[in-house]
Design a protein around this ligand. Structure first.
Ligand code: F0G
Length: 462
């Protein structure tokens, strides 16, 4: 691994601030109760430091805001669409771009285009919306990530890598014709923001070519993945983030993008493909679900901000500060003895709720309980990424019990300061010392799809 020499300080300064409301513990106690112990149901004004997600929560630059003023709000053929399309091709290599309102819009269209009833879609760990769209299209997701990804303590530098034994076993079992594509995410969210290596990806490209299977890329956090390749993979220390991002994308056939993350916009996404026939099919569906193929649910001004955001997201200084802040938070939590997923990922720190709350059984959702306790302490809002997020098996209806029972502290891009990070560290450490006061939870309302968003809970009295 190469050592960085520069500090991670931000390559920007603050021009405008958003004032926050400070709450008392009593106010927070009643807020979290009213929210059914689900941080998604809190009002954001009751939150002090909002680490619920890095999705759509970033701070746009002065250039992006200026871009909003250049919006061409024509129904068809907006110049901002062509700017976006050309930017996607220049930075990400994909020839055809279909804008969508956000990432899951692209996932829906891609899944419907490529998956038939009874198909299997292998991937390097599931993501909630991605898997659901695959299932709704008639497919079954199969996890083919390396085992290390399921072990929060493993220090494997590329926990996002694919395990070829698992892929080969799947082909053996169901046949290559039942596998329309392999879906790989860069910086695997549910594994803790862990990267895939270019070595693994190149091998996967060859594997897909051998079996005549497409390779699809969830490129939501591709620039962060490129940073880890630059830092950790042999031969890439001297390459720019921009070059590595391009190389990653060029190895894949198509991509879904939630632009609300890497590309630092508050809303937007796209499906990008190289094959003209697939593009044609995607255009056919985008007009049904999103909008015309030259705006797909986005305003012209939002496409402009996105095109500019893409260019900013692949700058070395930006990404070094971005991941540097995540590393700062992780290092300081570790110094206080807090068990987290290691190595730290690109967009978030993941607390190991099983290790922090060993007495709460997984059926009582320890990560959900820890998330609520953290909010109560200082008004820090995090997200459960364990059994609640994993949901139920679509055939048996049984709860999935994932190996990883985590609480995610996701850092919005260019939003919080180092002092905010210090408050978070302090709060997590305090909650951990008072862990025996935290009670398990049970559902009082469980939505059918993506239950973590709107589910409600009550405390289990022991
Ligand atoms: N893929 C990944 C890897 C994601 O992290 C997300 C969203 C999506 C797809 C879906 O994109 O939200 O724009 O429709 N992740 C958010 C999060 C919600 O908080 O991690 P979307």
């Amino acid at each position: 691994m190469t050592m960085r020499t520069k500090p991670w300080a931000e390559p920007y300064k603050v021009k405008m601030v958003e004032l926050l409301k400070m709450t008392t513990q009593e106010e927070r106690r009643s807020a979290i109760r009213e929210a059914g112990y689900n941080t998604f149901l809190l009002k954001s004004e009751d939150v002090y430091i909002d680490l619920l997600t890095d999705s759509g929560t970033g701070a746009m630059s002065d250039r992006q805001w200026a871009g909003l003023m250049m919006g061409d709000e024509a129904y068809a053929g907006s110049r901002n669409f062509y700017h976006l399309r050309d930017t996607v091709e220049a930075y990400y290599s994909y020839k055809f771009t279909v804008p969508t309102h956000q990432g899951r819009g692209a996932e829906n269209i891609l899944s419907q285009c490529l998956i038939s009833e009874g198909d299997y879609v292998p991937g390097n760990m599931y993501f909630t919306t991605t898997r659901l769209h695959q299932e709704l299209a008639g497919g079954t997701f199969v996890d083919v990530i390396v085992d290390d990804a399921h072990d929060p303590a493993s220090t494997h530098p590329f926990k996002g890598d694919v395990d070829f034994d698992k892929l080969n076993a799947l082909v053996e079992e169901v046949g290559a014709e039942k596998i329309p594509y392999v879906c790989i995410a860069t910086c695997v969210n549910m594994a803790g923001g862990q990267p895939i290596s270019l070595k693994n990806l190149k091998e996967l490209r060859r594997w897909c070519d051998t079996h005549g299977i497409l390779l699809v890329h969830d490129m939501t956090r591709v620039a962060e993945n490129a940073y880890f390749i630059q830092q950790r993979e042999d031969g890439y220390a001297e390459r720019t983030i921009q070059e590595i991002v391009h190389e990653i994308c060029a190895l894949t056939d198509a991509a879904t993008m939630s632009a609300k993350k890497d590309a630092i916009v508050n809303i937007g996404g796209f499906l990008a493909v190289n094959d003209e026939e697939l593009y044609e099919r995607a255009c056919n569906l985008v007009v049904v679900y999103e909008g015309l193929h030259t705006y797909g649910g986005m305003a012209g001004r939002d496409m402009e901000a996105l095109a500019i955001g893409i260019t900013e997201s692949v700058q070395d200084d930006h990404i070094q500060a971005r991941v540097g802040q995540v590393e700062y938070l992780g290092r300081n939590l570790q110094d206080r003895g807090v068990p987290i997923v290691v190595p730290t990922g690109g967009h978030a720190i993941f607390l190991d709720a099983r290790a922090i709350l060993p007495d709460i059984p997984q059926e009582q959702f320890p990560a959900q309980a820890l998330t609520a306790a953290l909010y109560l302490d200082t008004g820090v809002r995090a997200m459960e990424r364990g059994a609640v997020s994993a949901g139920r098996d679509k055939d048996s209806g049984e709860n999935y019990m994932p190996k990883l029972e985590l609480v995610r502290l996701a850092l919005p891009r260019r939003v919080y300061t180092q002092a905010h990070m210090d408050v978070v560290v302090d709060s997590v450490a305090r909650v951990m010392t008072e862990a025996d006061r935290i009670k398990g939870l049970r559902f009082v309302f469980e939505p059918e799809y993506l239950r973590f968003f709107r589910g409600r809970f009550e405390e289990v009295e022991s």
